[in-house]
Design a protein around this ligand. Structure first.
Ligand code: PLP
Length: 373
């Protein structure tokens, strides 16, 4: 008998945390994956009201309150033009739990999950925790995921592939043609496409598209969250949407793991989704302005950086020693290899921080680049 499960021993604590711990207290933090805006007041108030009226004291249904699931279904009808049955949605503890349910319900031991490298840290870890086999695939030069690469990586043992647009850590947004291809690949190969769309509303160039718009079978599982769109990372509220038979399997995991998502957070999420959306647009506009300033600053420093089209991250190619030099100079950025082996030689810079701080950080990064070049 071993003391700890091999599954757990195979997963380590995210490298991102180490960077925070290495930086001084006064450092400017460009490492964070959360917006620096408050949660909209109407969402906070809806939670407070639900609490004060005693509506949030008990468990909700396992899938979540019906009015929230209706709001999520309406969102897909409005934004993606897809009719979704509210019964085919589970409210989850953030996008994180939704990803967990999707992988846990579809991946048998030894089966492969294909995902972008560099990519969000959870895909590799959740695959390992399901005793699956992580299969990271390389991105194009512009840091987008090529459907042809995904298709070529599929074997008889592949259970699923993950698409993440807009992307963490690259800020890349998949083209509509690529999204259409991902849906075709999932349909034709009978492999599940897990579409992680937690940054769906933060798109600067082009439009957000979802494989759910194009799939002809029930091959797509869609993950969403209030975390980034409504600046609600602390509320822990996301969701997963799929066909009824897939939702039924994911519910078995959710029921025993979570019972239901936090009730106050469900009321807040419903208000966020159905209330005024101007704060979302304002936030996206602020991110776009910062993106432009950051891009100019990095390009002036001679760094090569694919233009991020969404989310709030940029991923420049950086010279050896750059990340350490920048961190030692008081700016926290995350080394690209925290997001997979192919992230080596890159850094992830989050611009979910105020403009003044961002400008100060850009000067520090420019000086650091001169020193290591
Ligand atoms: N997916 C991606 C791509 C993310 O970047 C994150 C969080 O950083 C998540 C999912 C998880 O989001 P949540 O905070 O809703 O669990």
């Amino acid at each position: 008998m071993t003391e700890f499960a091999a599954r757990v021993e195979g997963v380590s604590i995210s490298g991102i945390r180490e960077v925070f711990e290495a930086a001084g207290e006064d450092a400017i933090n460009l490492g964070l994956g959360q917006p620096d805006f408050p949660t909209p007041a109407h969402a906070r108030e809806a939670a407070t009201e639900a609490i004060n009226e005693g509506l949030a004291d008990g468990y909700t249904g396992n899938k979540g309150i019906e009015s929230l699931r209706e709001a999520i279904a309406e969102k897909y009808a409005r934004d993606q033009g897809v009719a979704v049955d509210p019964n085919d949605v589970i409210a989850t503890a953030g996008g994180s739990e939704a990803l967990h349910l999707a992988i846990e319900a579809h991946v048998d031991p030894g089966e492969e999950v294909i995902f972008p490298d560099p990519g969000f840290v959870s895909y590799d870890a959740l695959t390992r925790l399901a005793d699956g086999v992580p299969k990271p695939v390389e991105l194009r030069e512009d840091l987008t995921l090529d459907p042809a690469t995904v298709e070529a990586a599929i074997t008889d043992d592949t259970a699923a592939f993950v698409v993440n647009s807009p992307s963490n850590p690259t800020g890349a947004v998949a083209s509509e043609d690529d999204i259409r291809e991902f849906a075709r690949i999932a349909d034709e190969h009978d492999v599940v496409c897990i579409s992680d769309e937690v940054y769906e509303r933060i798109v600067f160039d082009g439009e957000h598209h979802s494989p759910m718009e194009y799939a002809e079978t029930d091959s797509v599982v869609t993950v969403g969250a209030c975390s980034k769109t409504y600046s609600m990372t602390g509320w822990r509220l996301g969701w997963v949407q799929a066909s009824n038979r897939r939702i039924e399997r994911m519910l078995r995991v959710h029921q025993y793991m979570q019972a239901c998502a936090s009730a106050p957070a469900q009321f807040a999420a419903e208000a966020a989704l159905t209330g005024p959306q101007d704060r979302v647009d304002e936030m996206a506009a602020a991110f776009e302005e910062r993106r432009d300033v950051l891009l100019d600053g990095l390009e002036d420093a001679g760094l090569d950086v694919p233009t991020p089209k969404g989310a709030f991250y940029a991923m420049p190619k950086v010279p050896e020693g750059w990340v350490d030099e920048v961190i030692d100079s008081g700016v926290v950025v995350v080394p690209g290899d925290a997001f997979g082996v192919r992230g080596e030689g890159y850094a992830r810079i989050s611009y979910a921080t105020g403009m003044e701080e961002l400008k100060e950080a850009i000067e520090i990064m420019q000086d650091a680049t001169r020193r290591v070049d």
